[in-house]
Each structure stands twice: as C-alpha cells, then as structure tokens.
Design a protein around this ligand. Structure first.
Ligand code: ATP
Length: 396
C-alpha cells in the first residue's frame, strides 16, 4: 500500500473549474472519505486520481511516483489504483472466481498463481467458498464484496471507492459499513472513499475531506468536523448544525470565548487564535439546547415530530423569527405547534474567522468572489470583519 499526495490540483472543463487548487495528503493505510454536495467535484477528483482525467494544474503522487501533472499522465492501468464502483460492474456470465481473476488472466498470470491469488482475495472479503457462484445468485452486499476482491487481486497501492453503498437498501448499507470498517482494520488498505452520505463518511473514515464548489473546505477527523467546523458551510453541512449570528464579548481564554447569542451571554468553545470581531457566527447542535422553565431565550414552537421516546422540535426565537432552532425533547412530549417556551443554549462553537491553512484559504476565496468583495456569494450575507481584513489578506 502507499500514500497519496494531491497538491494544488485544478481541473478545468473549458471555463468551468470542477476542481480548484485541491490539496490532500492521504497517509499510507489511512481511510479518507471525500464528502460534499452534488456537483462539488468528488467524482472529478476520483477520476483524476485513477487517471481517467488529466489535471489542468497541480500534481498527484502515489507513493513516490508522480502520476498526474500538466506534463505527466500515467495511464490508469499503470497506476496500481483499484476502483470499486457503485454499480459493481461484474460480468454476469462469469463466476465469482472468474470475475475476480479476470485481470490476472488478461495479464497472462499462470493458472496456479492466479487461483491462489483469487482465493486470497476472496478470503480478504470473507467470500471463501462462493467462487463458483454467478453474480446473479449473490446478494447486493456480496456482489459489492466481489467487486472489492476483484480490485484487491491486483495488489493495488490504494483503493478508490465510488459511492459503493448508494445502490443498497438501508439495512444492507449498515452491515456493509461494518464490513468495510472491519476490512480496513484487518488489511490497512489506503482508501479514498467518495460519498455524499455524511453518516457513512463519519462512520468509516479516519479523516474526511469536505468539498464544495470544486474546493477543499476542511480536511479533518469526523470529531473535529463535528465539533470545530472551520466554516459556515461545514457547520451547516455536517449533522445539520445551526449557524447563528452572535456577538463575541471576549478574546479566547483556554479555548473558550464569551459570546452573546440571542440576547443571552454564554461561554462557547473557540479557536485559540480567534480574532476579536463583533459580528461572529456560531454553530450549535440540537443537543446544545435545553428547555428551561423561564428566562433564557423565548421561542415559538413551529413543528413537533414524534420520533419514539421523544420528539424533534422546530422553533424560532421570538426576537429573531427568521432563525430556526431544532432540538429534541424526551417523552412525555408536552410541546405543540404555536406554544411559547424557553430554552438555554448550553454550549456551542465560534466559527473561526481567519486563514490558517489551504482548506481555509479556499473558503476565503468564496468571500472574495462576490460583486461586493466582502459578500459571501452563497449566503448573500455581508461580513464587516471580512471587509476589514481584506486589504491584508491574500488569496484569489
Ligand atoms: N466532462 C465534463 N465536462 C464539463 N463539466 C463537467 C465534466 N465533468 C464534470 N463536470 C462538472 O464539474 C462539476 C463537478 O462534477 P462532479 O461529477 O465531479 O461532482 P460530484 O461531486 O461527483 O457530483 P455528484 O455527487 O452529483 O456525482 C459539476 O458542475 C459538473 O457538471
């Protein structure tokens, strides 16, 4: 197995930049998920790593070998990169063993060696004894494992998964998730796993690369993405965090800042180098909200959905009806639509404002691109802090 280094990769289709300055360092044996909304560039990145797409700029290295750059393009079959596709792509007229051993047969590997390697690959994915079956006589999960064995048989340097569970029903997905996790633990294969399903990415990956509009927004562990999102996009995308405006009342002290949120003072977690800005954005999770008898933030309940054991409540603060708050309450559920209630926000995270790494820099570009340079072209909001720092900050 080998590591993968993606340095400043850009891929343009005419004037359309499917990838813009993407950098990722995947360690040998690491499981990295690439996550993002539809059209963010996941498939283009996978195709560039596999060699199906050239790069316009930047460099892709597997182990010590440069595979892609504007002047180098190692063909896919010479990259030793295995791919597991969403639709399995198995030959229906071949047995499982024939499917798995096909590439070795084409490469004219001797029969005895071929059989041994097929057997070993089937053992790796727990399919011993099923070599004589045809794909039609396998379950969806077993077919996906045959596809994985087929890619492992040629001892790849790394394996790319292209939304491998997208075609499976919800129960099978859960059990395949477990199997992939177990497979990775056992074999320490370097894996790049493309998905738009964040639960899947969170469950499987050592680190997750969150992409948006062709850019890498944050590359971090699942826990860090959840607890310390470095941008509004990541905060809102991961586990549907609530992004709310707040006032920052103090400089960071031991990883915490005083904030004023919806008229209430609170102490939230913040980056140690959080800048002193007046207009901050904070991210809170439903578990950060608790009902209180009185005082706190007054809310109006918009919707209550019973979920067994309790309910999910959508509400808005009376002082800022344009905002939405979502939280869970346990049985017995006493709230209903139109009720007034009071909540307290126990904790939260101040979304950092500043640039510390490549992923953050790409967010900054988002801010600079609007007709007004201090306007976020996605949210349409203006941020005075961005305007103030604009003269100092680089990045285009
Ligand atoms: N060959 C191409 N020619 C022109 N534009 C392309 C081409 N391939 C991809 N794109 C564009 O590049 C952007 C990124 O596409 P890509 O397929 O990589 O996104 P994705 O994140 O995989 O999306 P999805 O999750 O929907 O598959 C999209 O806007 C897409 O239309």
């Amino acid at each position: 197995m080998a590591g993968l280094k993606i340095e400043n990769v850009t891929k343009a289709f005419g004037t359309m930049h499917a990838l813009s300055g993407v950098s990722l360092d995947v360690k040998n044996g690491e499981f990295v998920a690439v996550l993002g909304p539809s059209g963010c560039g996941k498939t283009t990145l996978l195709r560039a790593i596999a060699g199906f797409e050239t790069v316009t700029d930047g460099q892709i290295t597997v182990g010590d070998t440069v595979m892609s750059s504007p002047s180098v393009n190692v063909p896919p079959e010479k990259r030793k990169v295995g791919i597991v596709f969403q639709n399995y792509a198995l030959w229906p007229h071949m047995t499982v063993a024939e499917n798995v051993g096909y590439s070795l047969k084409v490469a004219k590997v001797a029969k005895a060696t071929r059989e041994k390697r097929v057997e070993d690959a089937l053992a790796l994915v727990d399919l011993v004894g099923l070599g004589d079956r045809r794909p039609a006589n396998l379950s969806g999960g077993q077919r996906q494992r045959v596809a994985l064995a087929r890619c492992l048989v040629s001892t790849p340097s790394l394996v790319l998964f292209d939304e491998p569970l997208a075609n499976l029903d919800v129960h099978l997905r859960a059990s395949m998730e477990e199997e992939f996790a177990e497979f990775h633990k056992r074999t320490k294969t370097t894996i790049v796993y493309i998905t738009h399903d964040q639960a899947e990415a969170m469950a499987l990956a050592d680190r997750i690369a969150v992409m948006d509009h062709g850019k890498l927004i944050q590359f971090a562990t699942p826990r860090e993405l959840y607890q310390e999102p470095r941008s509004e996009m990541v905060a809102a995308f991961i586990a549907q965090g609530m992004v709310l405006p707040a006032r920052l009342l103090s400089a960071p002290d031991n990883g915490h800042c005083k904030v004023q949120l919806l008229g209430q003072d609170a102490v939230f977690r913040c980056a140690p180098d959080q800048q002193q800005v007046t207009a901050a954005k904070v991210c809170i999770r439903s578990s950060d909200i608790e009902l209180v008898d009185g005082g706190g933030i007054t809310i109006t309940v918009k919707r209550v959905i019973y979920r067994g054991g309790g309910a999910r409540v959508d509400a808005f603060p009376v002082s800022s009806p344009e905002l939405q708050l979502t939280f869970d309450i346990a049985d017995p559920v006493t709230l209903s639509e139109g009720d007034t209630a009071h909540i307290r926000v126990k904790s939260g995270w101040v979304i950092p404002q500043g640039i510390r790494n490549n992923a953050d820099r790409s967010v900054w570009r988002v801010w600079r691109k609007g007709p007004d340079q201090c306007r976020n072209f996605r949210s349409g909001n203006q941020d005075p802090a961005r305007c103030r720092h604009q003269g100092r900050r680089g990045g285009t």
